[in-house]
Write a protein of this length. Structure first.
Length: 162
């Protein structure tokens, strides 16, 4: 990494942390948060940062529209399932099982983000998932494993509420 890229890398790392730990609803709000920590950034630069970080705005279960980071590094957390628990708390509206399938309902626009988190969580009992706009279909390895996965997601969601 070039020396000139260091401030950008630090700023983007901080953006990722802020979005992961706060409900950030606008670029103006994010700019203020960054400025309070000494990161002076213009609106065009912040827009580019958010695009490079693959940030998207998603509707949370509480109805708020907030930024979420969808890049791979956002899921590399040493706390194990803590990130998935927070996402379950914020985005999981319902999880219902039938055999080895689990249908997960999320707010509009959040299903792909949730599915990406599930993929990165690497649960051994989940074979894979497919996402639409507000629905994720999880396929479990065990022919009757859907109920256990649905229960696990619901439990994570209730534990993720702080």
């Amino acid at each position: 990494m070039k020396h000139a890229d260091l401030p950008k890398a630090r700023r983007q790392a901080r953006i990722t942390e802020l979005v992961a730990t706060h409900v950030v609803t606008s670029q103006t709000e994010l700019r203020r948060m960054l400025a309070s920590e000494g990161f002076e950034v213009t609106q065009p630069t912040l827009s580019r940062d958010l695009m490079e970080l693959r940030a998207v705005r998603v509707r949370r279960a509480d109805g708020a529209v907030a930024y979420a980071i969808t890049d791979d590094s956002a899921f590399d957390m040493p706390e194990g399932n803590s990130r998935l628990a927070r996402l379950c708390s914020d985005l999981l509206l319902r999880a219902e099982a039938s055999g080895n399938l689990v249908v997960v309902r999320t707010p509009a626009g959040a299903a792909q983000y949730f599915a990406s988190a599930m993929d990165r969580a690497g649960w051994d009992d989940v074979l894979g998932c497919v996402a639409g706009d507000d629905t994720v279909l999880l396929v479990t390895r065990d022919g009757a494993g859907g109920e256990a996965v649905a229960e696990r997601l619901l439990t994570l969601g209730s534990e993720g509420v702080a």
